[in-house]
Design a protein around this ligand. Sequence first.
Ligand code: SAH
Length: 230
Amino acid sequence: MKRRDKSTESDYAKERQEMVRTQIEARGVKDPLILKAMRIVPRHLFMPEEMRDMAYADRPLPIGQGQTISQPYIVAYMSELLRLRGGEKVLEIGTGLGYQAAVLSCVASFVYTVEYHQELIDKAERIFQSLEYTNILTKRGDGSLGWEEHAPYDGIIATASGPEVPLPLKEQLKTGGRLVMPIGRYRFGQQIVRVTRGSSDNYHLERFLEVSFVPLVGEYGWDSKSDDEF
Ligand code: SAH
């Protein structure tokens, strides 16, 4: 990875503090653990080099393979909905280049993250290594099936939107665990929901912000027919 001189890094750090103040705190995210993580994680290093100067803008940005890095506020908002207190085991579906996973890894004790595109997962792994994130484990695969091997999880987050909450993800939650993801229509018009597992087959669903996310693919995601429907 190309080294930046000190002044440039400190410019990014300033932009990052400003991002947290004006985009995230100003819109009501209060969890001090999440705010601290958003102040620390160098978002500009989780995107293609040519996008870095826009890293702290109030918008999602393209990361290749038709995928995006979510808007900073949405990353903070969804992270807060997980209500992590430290020490949890978390599963993420949709690693992308790894920004959301890095934010969660500052609070949780371990983050497992699954990505469908090999090229993205290879790049994310290189970023995690170069920044010494040692409590994140990645896998290429269909995350709509979860990651059974390490289940159950205290928290699950999906950063791609499905038609509904995939059953395997619900089943891989601990009792009292929370799952946060966007569900709804194929491209535009989805809603972030939170599912809390009460007991073995009792799930409580709450609805939050309206959003637009890239589609979840795979067995419990949208199949190729969805393109025609859209
Ligand atoms: N978490 C990322 C956002 C990535 S965008 C960040 O913080 O920047 C959503 C990602 O979900 C894309 O990279 C896409 O390839 C991935 N994805 C979509 N369906 C998937 C599936 N079934 N399993 C794993 N990853 C999936």
